[in-house]
Design a protein around this ligand. Structure first.
Ligand code: GTP
Length: 591
């Protein structure tokens, strides 16, 4: 449901749609990228860094091995000379001379090689040193170094050397220089391969320290070398070097001493931090070399890398959004302009065209614009035509309505009026009276029925047209005599009826009398002819208690009228019988 709402929201305008498309299109790869950046990168970067560290450590294996090997070879050279001397002096020289010659050889080589803190010789493996050459030269009377406590480990043979001939000690503080050194022991063999003497060389580790000191990167990235029992050979900390620090407890050192190479993470108690390192064992020496670095430093590097990536990413997204905004504007601006022009056109009463699309409008929208313009022009023409038709139709409708109204009026007149007198006809009178009787209870209802006396004679004597004139003459008098609230009607022939609304019997009789009198006193003048007319009138006046019948009233009034006829005409008879006879009845007469 929420998704639907979201889609609806973005679907409501092209601008939102395009912007959302850009964002989604961008966001997907960005999210994958970020996921990979934050999930895998630490491991990958750490691995890569450590691989580099390990490569460096591997690269150091050879020079460090070479460092020892070259010194081994030097000892071998000295050893060969001493063997030669041994063979010669066995015959020629005395013991002291031999010792002097050995001392000379040692001094000569000490000077020429310059690699040794001390070169010494003993005639047998366990005898006291008989000759020693040191740099600087040893002071007379000073103690000879004692190597008996050192645990030597065999070295692989140097070039042209014999296996088992050389051995090397762990690092120890030289009694001569006070500095850390390692001791290389070289056995001097006679022609029968029997040990004839021992050559010892204290080797300074300064050269190794100088090689390692060149490896210095980051805040705490360095190189460290340990000997075969895990003691420091080279390390950036001079104290550790001087005190021959034992690092054998470190897991990484133990791995190196076990002959392993690789990468590892370990805690440095000295630096009190987690470290990561690439390490390599130096198989020929039993040593190890490692390139450690603070883990925090790597994390910082990674964070820095991530921050940089995020900044570039944010910059990219911003540029993409700006581009999206610009492109969206290219699409929506002409559409909005089209909408505005269309609205203006609509408000201009369909007279204004929307014009041409601007030149920089995209071609599809240009086509839309053009189609829209054509459509609008057609619509405007149609609208004008419809308007014109509407106007003429309106006129026609008005005329037809007027005619219809007139026709209705005529129809109503025809259906309710008597054609000759324009009084109400019988039907209208009946309908009207029945409606009154139904609703107007409690009021009096008076009915006057009027019939011309001897009217047939009028027709017979003066013609039908004169009869009509006489009928109309009577109608005119009736109109004058009845009140607005009353209703006069022609029932047919020469018979008329008047309804008297809510009047006393006297008032009804008075109106009837007024009619009768008016007719009597208004003879009809027709081209020299004066025609006197009289009327016979019957009346009835009753209170409508409800359920009063019109037919009954008419019948009662009619009977009364007939009684007026039969009792001499020109008189009024009221129901129940009550005659009003003003004067002697007359026949219609001509003057
Ligand atoms: N001119 C004319 N005569 C009509 C019309 N309708 C009916 N008549 C005539 O009116 C006469 C009515 O006569 P009656 O009322 O029956 O008799 P009367 O001669 O009036 O005699 P009494 O009513 O007894 O006084 C008849 O001759 C009808 O033909 C009409 O519209 N015009």
């Amino acid at each position: 449901m929420r998704d639907k709402t979201l889609f609806n929201y973005f679907g409501r305008s092209i601008k939102r749609l395009v912007m959302a498309s850009f964002v989604f299109v961008l966001l997907l790869p960005i999210m994958f990228f970020l996921h990979s950046l934050f999930q895998n990168s630490w491991h990958q970067v750490e691995q890569k860094m450590l691989e580099k560290h390990q490569l460096i450590s591997e690269a150091l294996v050879e020079p460090l091995t070479l460092f020892v090997t070259t010194r081994q070879q030097s000892l071998q050279t000295i050893g060969q000379e001493l063997t030669k001397l041994s063979n010669e002096v066995a015959v020629v020289l005395g013991k002291e001379d031999k010792r002097a010659r050995i001392q000379y050889i040692l001094d000569t080589h000490q000077k020429s090689f310059g690699n040794f803190v001390a070169l010494s010789y003993s005639s047998t493996p366990h005898s006291e040193l008989s000759c020693i050459s040191t740099a600087p030269p040893k002071q007379p009377g000073s103690n000879k170094p004692d190597y008996s406590h050192l645990k030597l480990t065999g070295l692989p043979a140097a070039a042209n050397g014999i296996e088992g001939q050389d051995a090397m000690s762990p690092v120890f503080a030289s009694s001569i220089s006070g500095k850390p050194v390692v001791l290389i022991q070289h056995k001097i063999l006679n022609q029968h391969s029997i040990v004839d003497g021992m050559l010892y060389a204290e080797i300074s580790l300064e050269h190794i320290a100088s090689i390692c000191s060149k490896i210095d990167f980051g805040g705490r990235g360095h190189c460290a070398v340990v000997d075969n029992i895990g003691q420091v050979v080279a390390h950036p900390s001079p104290d550790w070097v001087d005190e021959v620090k034992d690092l054998s407890k470190l897991s990484i050192v133990q791995k190196m001493l076990a002959g392993q190479s690789g990468t590892a993470e370990f805690y440095s108690p000295a630096l009190k931090t987690d470290m990561v390192a690439g390490f390599s064992a130096i198989p020929k020496l039993g040593w190890g070399v490692m390139i450690p670095q603070s883990k925090a430093e790597l994390t910082e590097m990674l964070d820095h890398f991530r921050l940089n990536t995020l900044i570039w990413l944010a910059f990219g997204v911003l540029v993409a959004l700006l581009m999206a905004g610009f492109l969206t504007r290219k699409i929506t601006r002409p559409i909005n302009r089209l909408i505005r022009r269309t609205n203006l056109s609509a408000h201009s009463n369909n007279t204004m065209s929307i014009g041409r699309a601007p030149d920089d409008t995209p071609s599809e929208i240009k086509q839309l614009w053009s189609s829209f313009s054509n459509l609008l022009t057609g619509l405007q023409q149609s609208n004008r035509e419809i308007k014109r038709l509407n106007l003429s139709l309106q006129e026609e409708i008005e005329i037809a309505t007027t005619e219809l109204r007139q026709a209705n009026k005529d129809l109503y007149k025809t259906s309710t009026q008597d054609y000759l007198t324009s009084l109400s006809n019988r039907r209208h009178f009946t309908d009207h009276l029945e409606a009154i009787l139904e609703v107007n209870t409690g009021h009096r209802v008076g009915i006057i029925i009027i019939d011309m006396d001897n009217f047939k004679q009028v027709n017979d004597l003066y013609g039908h047209e004169t009869g009509d004139i006489a009928i109309k003459h009577l109608a005119t008098i009736l109109k004058d005599c009845v009140r607005n609230v009353d209703l006069a009607a022609r029932l047919g022939g020469d018979e008329f009826v008047v309804y008297i609304n809510d009047a006393t019997d006297q008032e009804v009789t008075a109106i009837a009398e007024k009619i009768r009198q008016s007719v009597q006193e208004s003879p009809l003048h027709l081209s020299g002819l004066s025609l006197s007319l009289t009327l016979s009138i019957g009346t009835v006046n009753q209170t409508n208690e409800g359920g009063l019948s019109l037919q009954t009233l008419l019948s009662q009034a009619d009977k009364a009228m007939y009684r007026a006829k039969t009792s001499g005409r020109n008189k009024i008879v009221s129901h129940p019988d009550k005659e009003t006879s003003p004067e002697k009845p007359k026949q219609p007469q001509t003057a």
